[in-house]
Design a protein around this ligand. Structure first.
Ligand code: AVJ
Length: 337
């Protein structure tokens, strides 16, 4: 056992235990770094996934509405880009609300492979999808999309299309986003289509409000990260001693979310004492905003060819269709010989 491990609960499986150790290790690494940071993927436990669902229907949070508008207007065009009899692989599927818009037009789709980090939430969602789409094989994969994962065997045999909506790609640093697109290319294979939702640069006021909603749901979503560390790692964060901060960093074209310590304090996490200065923050999320051109260039640099791009009436959000001309694995093999 490592120093970070805590006593497993009796009902925990080995893989849950391993996931918990990875969480503990990432939390300690992030909180002992300067400046302090935590990976945004840990927002999405069951509580966080529910809070994120509430964010998507907030009046200030335009991305979900704008993207749904785009997908609804172009569902048929998008579905027509999928190969016949394809498996649709969604990276970070959440509640699959946007997928349903496309699924209803994708008449020849053989399988849907929702990939999500929140296993419990994922399996709940799949129950409903099985009822709604009895002709599509539902093949969920509980995995962290930022790491390599395997497709279910029955999806390996089918031509593939990818779906990555919500501007989740904006959580990555631009160089990580390029690496992610390349990795998705290896999973999807030659001839694949990839549909990617990307939030656009706009009036900073609108961005600011989208991440500082008047009901405080985004603040609760952010603070849930500390609550989760308390729940799962037995830490003693006082949630009232931290405050949600979100602002647009113009130079880097990103919204930054932080948790600011309201006072000087020491918190014990997995046996380590973490000291906070008054006002010191934990950087919890970046949400990069692109232009149509900057995202097109990023995709091209990662080996994808842009074939179409759609925006909503306000030009707040974009949906890009990319295709892969060459199989990246084959291209690499050629380079090796
Ligand atoms: C799911 C990563 C796209 O960056 O807008 C929403 C997450 N954070 N409000 C975003 C989020 C705060 C969201 N993504």
């Amino acid at each position: 056992m490592t120093a970070l491990a805590r006593k497993p609960h009796r009902h925990e499986t080995a893989s849950q235990n391993a996931a918990n150790e990875a969480f503990a290790a990432d939390v300690i690494a992030g909180l002992t770094a300067t400046p302090k940071r935590l990976p945004p993927k840990y927002f999405y436990d069951s509580v966080g996934s529910e809070l994120f669902e509430r964010i998507t229907s907030l009046p200030e949070y335009y991305p979900t509405r704008c993207e749904a508008e785009i997908l609804t207007a172009h569902a048929k065009e998008i579905a027509d880009l999928f190969p016949k009899g394809a498996a649709l692989i969604e990276f970070g599927s959440g509640s699959s609300t946007k997928t349903r818009i496309v699924l209803s037009e994708a008449k020849t789709l053989a399988a849907y492979v929702p990939v999500d980090i929140s296993a419990e939430f994922l399996h709940q969602q799949v129950e409903g999808l099985r009822q709604e789409y009895p002709n599509v094989a539902m093949l969920p994969v509980a995995a962290d999309i930022s790491k390599p994962f395997r497709l279910p065997d029955s999806a390996e045999m089918l031509p593939r299309a990818g779906f990555f909506p919500g501007s989740t790609i904006g959580n990555f640093e631009p160089h990580e986003a390029a690496a992610f697109l390349r990795h998705a290319g290896r999973i999807l294979g030659r001839g694949a289509t990839f549909i990617v939702g990307v939030d656009l640069v706009k009036d900073p006021q609108i961005l600011q409000k989208a991440y500082n909603d008047s009901q405080g749901v985004t603040a609760r979503f952010n603070l849930n990260l500390l609550a989760r560390i308390n729940r799962e790692l037995g830490a003693k964060f006082d949630l009232a001693a931290f405050e949600h901060h979100a602002f647009f960093n113009r130079e880097r074209s990103r919204i930054e979310m932080h948790l600011a310590s309201l006072k000087r304090q020491r918190v014990k996490v997995c046996g380590e004492c973490i000291d906070f200065r008054a006002g010191e923050t934990i950087h919890t999320e970046n949400s990069y905003k692109y232009s149509l051109e900057s995202f097109g260039a990023l995709a091209r640099g990662a080996g994808w060819s842009p074939v179409a791009v759609w925006t909503d009436a306000d030009n707040y959000f974009s949906v890009h269709a990319l295709t892969l001309k060459d199989d990246p694995a084959e291209a690499r093999d050629r380079a090796d010989h």
